[in-house]
Design a protein around this ligand. Sequence first.
Ligand code: TRP
Length: 413
Amino acid sequence: MAETQELTQATENMSLEQNITPWEVEGAVVDGVQQAIDYDKLVKQFGTRKIDDALLERFETATGQKPHLYLRRGIFFSHRELEKILERYEQGKPFYLYTGRGPSRGHMHIGHMMPFIFCKWLQDVFDCPLVVQLTDDEKFLFKNDLTLEQANEYAFNTVREIAAIGFKPEKTFIFSDIEYMGGAFYRNVLRISRMVTYSTAKASFGFKESDHIGKIHFPSIEAAPAFCSSFPDIFGERKDVPCLIPCGIDQDPYFRLTRDVSQRLKHKKPSLIHARFLPALQGSTSKMSSSNDVSAIFMSDTPAQIKKKINRYAFSGGRTSLDEHRMYGGNPDVDVPFQYLTYFLDDDKEIEDLAEGYRKGEITSGEMKARCIAVIQEFVGKFQEREAAITDADVKNFMDPVYPRPYTALAKK
Ligand code: TRP
């Protein structure tokens, strides 16, 4: 008995650091209680920079555009040398965007959409090419129950979804690693892999002796699209066109490594801009995850499913009774419906009013949920309409490395 108590005590007092890798995202555990992810700590630990007001002003001056709501609200909150890309834009020098996605079964969830929505906005603002890597190979290597055929099939379905975000096919190349590997891309993969030792990979990604060698090699494959010479159909012989990589902060280890090898490869270092995770319906201690059906709202969900999930599962920052809520007010900072609204509702004034009204107890948690449901239903509904209009020919064009993409100007110096 005493022994069991001691054991429980030990577990409760145990503090676990937060653990953020490309494959695991967990907040710290303090005294047995799961904590929210500490993003400031990540910035320090990873050695990135926070996006501050000065940089946002710089962005606005360079582009003449009001920063996207993801920037205004600190959803994309951290970066590496974003200013270099702004400088190039001001000088009229080319650059491109690079992002990616590990294709999985079924549809993406609303959290997966963020980097892509942001990329679409950046592509419109900068009028630049975008390359999207679908890491069907990564999924095969990291998920033991997945066959190669399935992973590859998921990639093709993913193209349809990404296309539905509204990218311009003449400026967007989406590739499956399995399909595109070879030629210039594979040459860069090889060059990179020879520059990364096992001990570096182990230190960056936490690989273990028992991991198979496919995992250990994979980072060179995610690094290669950051170098323009992997895409000769877009950039010709050039090696001097850098990219900006919008990604979740968990992907940073790949690109720290990429930046390290850039110089030896005689390419420019990629710049990065990092997003926070969209919280799970259950709250901000974990991110929305496809493997947990009730934590996520999928892009294939019906209006009724969206309503049910938010009403039933979304963590509320409201009080337990309506009387108490009216008296003491709620907490929008932990209220998941309000948090989702900050990701999907562009109107700054309405966001402010919602937060204030909630704090004062004037807005109930039921009302907050109802607003969130309406906004997400509209977002998902519009997406589904666009997705239904994507044809097989569209998919083929996005995946064709030489589909007419008028970048002859880029290929010349
Ligand atoms: N590894 C990422 C995932 O599992 C996919 C990815 C590949 C990616 N290249 C990228 C993400 C570049 C962001 C930026 O989702």
